[in-house]
Design a protein around this ligand. Structure first.
Ligand SMILES: [Zn+2]
Ligand SMILES: [Zn+2]
Length: 160
């Protein structure tokens, strides 16, 4: 897990980060909609930080340049069930795995035996469909390393 030693400098202003930091994250998420309660639950299948910054100002500057670099509009994201892709303008089915870009204001709480993140504030930036983000399939399946041909045939022989 993360410890203080893993903290780098802010990619925007190069200041050393502390436990309270501001991040620009890429999530692969899937939403479940409950018919009974109307509640929405988001499951984050994969979370990857794009930038971890010293201040909200630095984070937002990296968010705007990072979204622009990827050709993604700052749509603000949404809760679905169908959102508009921030890249191609097509539909994003939120109940299927899709990419959400998110801003987090958070603090890493360090304990000798466990570290945890407390999120003070989160804001959706954009939702992107799987057609526009080719990594989703691999993220979603979260497959182990491909098995070598030799091992596959050995396995099917055992089964047969
Ligand atoms: Zn900074
Ligand atoms: Zn798209």
């Amino acid at each position: 897990m993360n410890t203080m030693a893993d903290f780098n400098n802010c990619p925007v202003c190069n200041k050393k980060l502390n436990n309270h930091f501001y991040s620009f994250d890429r999530h692969v998420e899937v939403a479940q909609y409950s018919q009974d309660t109307g509640d929405t639950a988001h499951t984050v299948l994969r979370s990857e930080p794009i930038a971890e910054c010293c201040s909200s100002e630095c984070a937002w500057s990296s968010i705007f340049s990072g979204l622009a670099e990827r050709g993604i509009k700052h749509t603000g994201g949404g809760v679905g069930p169908i959102e508009v892709c921030a890249k191609c303008g097509g539909p994003v089915d939120m109940s299927e795995p899709h990419v959400s870009y998110v801003y987090h204001d958070q603090t890493l709480e360090e304990q000798p035996w466990l570290s945890s993140i407390t999120v003070h504030y989160a804001e959706g930036l954009a939702d992107v469909c799987v057609r526009c983000d080719g990594d989703v399939a691999a993220d979603e399946l979260n497959l182990p390393e491909p098995v070598e041909d030799g091992e596959i045939s050995a396995e099917s022989q055992t089964v047969a």
